[in-house]
Write a protein that binds this ligand. Structure first.
Ligand code: C5P
Length: 247
């Protein structure tokens, strides 16, 4: 079954039962799911395999960041779960990203390799505090270039940087954007936020959406309304999402 959905629902629940309750209500052909650090630390690979077995394309968002050998080994282990997408921190450097690429290329199942640029919870001031000179935009561009040069299939960035990256990097480079907030929704800890329709219109391939869905009184209704907004925006853009064919 081809799943063309641009929405990745972030299963950020403290309890795997709650996460499974939402997953059970969703159609595996109509959205993708993201398992992040909280859920993975509680429920582990078995939970991921269950979602994959139910037919969901799964983004394993563990943001690997370590020496190249360790990241490569972690990527190999992740490929064994049958996932659709995984990620590493681009700031781990070119050797680390290339090692992840090689590990995935050797595996029989090859998820998309995505590198995280600058977290959407950070602004220019936050970068200065950790010793990064320059703006968030400059840093995102720098990290996206080294990710592309090291063989990543795409990057995680804010939709605020998508138009810039689309001008600088190949159209087939996959842009995954968290920090998505429907108009009027709480920003929570995210800073560089964008609405679902603006993200699609500026060229995002996939929108990662957590709290606007998981903390809504009616999560399914919230997803449906975001889906309608995304579909309306997609009528204005012609580009198919990078990574659609995998799987
Ligand atoms: O609830 P919210 O929509 O803010 O959730 C965003 C999700 O995307 C979280 O699981 C967060 O860990 C993840 N993420 C992010 N920024 C990145 C990479 C991943 O917010 N750069």
């Amino acid at each position: 079954m081809v799943n063309n959905s641009r929405i990745i629902v972030s299963l950020d629940y403290p309890d795997p039962l709650q996460a499974m309750e939402l997953a059970n209500k969703l159609d595996p052909g109509c959205c993708k799911l993201k398992v992040g650090k909280e859920l993975f630390t509680r429920s582990g690979p078995e939970f991921v395999k269950k979602l994959v077995h139910s037919g969901f394309p799964v983004f394993l968002d563990l943001k690997f960041h370590d020496i190249p050998n360790t990241v490569a080994a972690a990527c190999t282990a992740a490929t064994e779960l049958g996932i659709w997408m995984l990620n590493v921190h681009a700031s781990g450097g070119m050797k680390m990203i290339s090692a992840a690429r090689e590990a995935i290329d050797k595996a029989s199942h090859k998820p998309l390799l995505i590198a995280v640029t600058v977290l959407t919870s950070l602004a220019d001031d936050d970068l200065a505090v950790v010793g990064v000179n320059g703006s968030v935009k400059q840093q995102v561009l720098r990290l996206a270039r080294i990710s592309s040069d090291s063989g990543a299939d795409g990057v995680v960035c804010s939709a605020q940087e998508v138009a810039m990256l689309r001008q600088e990097i190949s159209p087939s480079f996959c842009l995954v954007t968290p920090g998505i907030r429907p108009r009027g929704a709480e920003a929570n800890d995210q800073i560089r936020i964008v609405t679902p329709s603006d993200a699609i219109e500026s060229g995002s391939d996939y929108l990662v959406i957590g709290r606007p869905i998981t903390q809504a009184r009616e999560p399914l209704q919230a997803l449906l309304s975001i889906e309608q907004e995304v579909n309306a925006a997609l009528l204005k853009v012609r580009k198919p999402a990078a990574g659609t064919l995998n799987p």
